[in-house]
Write a protein that binds this ligand. Structure first.
Ligand SMILES: CC(=O)[C@@H](O)[C@H](O)COP(=O)(O)O
Length: 273
């Protein structure tokens, strides 16, 4: 387990506190054993599972991911990967609630097209409204649009999850300014979801003030997923520490010597550098 930043509050989502601010996916691994090994190395406590692609008991007799990731140990976050309409997403999460004995913390994603996997925001808003009314605690994958993010929060979503870049692209954070606007306004946790490629991306998300980071491909598709998972866990803690510490002000195109400039031996001009 990667240490929580000293003196930091836990991440609270839907009324439950977590020490780790790294959330991970479960897809794209060679087998369930590798999935578990990488998740253990990441220190993540919340793991998201694509209900349409993973057996959680809907296919009796086949390997069940819950045997490898027991809900007694992990918070299971069913997600609607592969859903393109609000109807599909709502139906999928109702199935998940049945399979998981009434579990109601879910990740909503309604995709807009098969090339970009960009969120379809009108359908996402429709689904979020229905799910919240139906008693779900909804964490929602969304565009990095501050207005849409605020509408989702007003609808009652428990976490806002803007993309860093396209799902599976590993392109990192393409619009830190929009993320900053979302973070400044949100009263629920903001968790960057999708597009993280390497540890520095995760650290930057946390330095920006995100409450957490969700990722899958950067770990599962790494040369050594267990090692990358460990690196991601450390990066999230390091980024959070830097955010809490408060970065120095930037000096755009203005240097400032890092050593004293007065009283230098044998120099009348102060030197510097
Ligand atoms: C696992 C999951 O929920 C994905 O839909 C998510 O958006 C992660 O994206 P990356 O694979 O780019 O990390």
């Amino acid at each position: 387990m990667h240490a929580q930043s000293a003196g930091d509050a836990p991440l609270v989502i839907g009324g439950r506190a977590y020490r780790s601010r790294l959330l991970v996916g479960t897809g794209k691994y060679r087998d369930f054993a590798h999935t578990r090994a990488a998740i253990d190395a990441s220190g993540a406590e919340i793991v998201t599972i694509a209900i349409r692609r993973t057996n959680l008991g809907q296919h009796p007799g086949e390997p069940n991911l819950l045997d490898v990731l027991p809900p007694t140990r992990f918070t299971i976050l069913p997600n609607t990967a592969g859903c393109y309409t609000a109807d599909d997403a709502v139906r999928t999460l109702r199935l998940a609630r049945e399979l998981l004995d009434g579990h109601d913390l879910v990740k909503l994603e309604v995709l807009g097209d098969r090339d970009t996997l960009y969120p379809n925001m009108p359908e996402t808003l429709r689904a979020a409204e229905r799910l919240v009314k139906d008693g779900f605690r909804v964490m929602v994958y969304c565009a990095d649009d501050p207005v849409q993010a605020r509408i989702l929060e007003d609808l009652g979503c428990v976490a806002i999850m803007p993309l860093a870049s396209l799902i599976g692209s590993g392109m990192g954070i393409l619009n830190p300014w929009n993320l900053g606007l979302i973070i400044d306004r949100a009263k629920v946790p903001v968790i960057v979801d999708a597009g993280v490629g390497t540890a520095s991306d995760a650290a930057i998300a946390m330095e920006l003030g995100c409450d957490g980071v969700l990722m899958n491909t950067a770990i599962a598709a790494a040369g050594d997923p267990v090692r990358m998972a460990d690196a991601m866990g450390k990066a999230v803690v390091a980024g959070r520490e830097a955010f809490l510490a408060g970065r120095m002000p930037r000096k755009f195109y203005g240097a400032s010597p890092s050593s004293p400039t007065s009283g230098l031996i044998g120099r009348a001009d102060g030197g510097g550098g």
